[in-house]
Design a protein around this ligand. Sequence first.
Ligand code: DC
Length: 227
Amino acid sequence: MPQVLTIDGPGGSGKGTIAQKVADYLGWHFLDSGALYRLTGLAAQNHNVALDDKAQLAVLAENLDIRFELVANDEPRVLLESKDVSLEIRLPEAGQAASKVAAFTEVRDALLLRQREFKRAPGLVADGRDMGTVVFPDAPLKVYLTASVEERAQRRYKQLLAKGQSVKIGDLLQDIQARDDRDMNRAVAPLRPADDAIIIDSSFMSIDEVFQQILDLLKDRDMIAAK
Ligand code: DC
């Protein structure tokens, strides 16, 4: 059976970077579930579907024509209907749209099987909000990665700046708070640590420290060989 490590947490907690790094290091598959919600939001915009039209959103989610292309030493390239949308889906507006469409059960159900298909040998690192609670409830290691709102806004700011996007830190802070609020308080699959999750607060930790801690946890649970 393929191994599964889930990493859930709020936006900007560093889970995307860490999950990708662990997957690369171990040669495991990587599921960026947030990208699926971001792509659903983008597809809605492209096809003039309103962000509250849950029936049509579910149809779009079910039929998403997407491709993740691996790029050496970088994030995978994301294609929607053959168009490269790697930059577009990372914009704060795409995050807000994702968080809105993600609140509908119909959309979540439409994406469930697609997410589970990422579980392939030798293993999967799944990054999201409900990986440990809903999508992979039997995962032998579940991490909930968090950080203070201020720290998360700073990180997003630096990430976007590095990609040449100019944004205001105050806007990012508001954006993160609005998304936290929506993601944590929705009725379906709200963002919360699974009962058996290990909680890591990365506010004062480097990426490497979090990475090492997760590798140690994987070794402790015999999910990878101790070197
Ligand atoms: O991780 P992210 O910032 O790319 O996620 C974008 C939005 O998608 C997030 O605000 C909530 C939603 N999401 C979700 O509801 N469930 C997931 N497993 C992943 C993301």
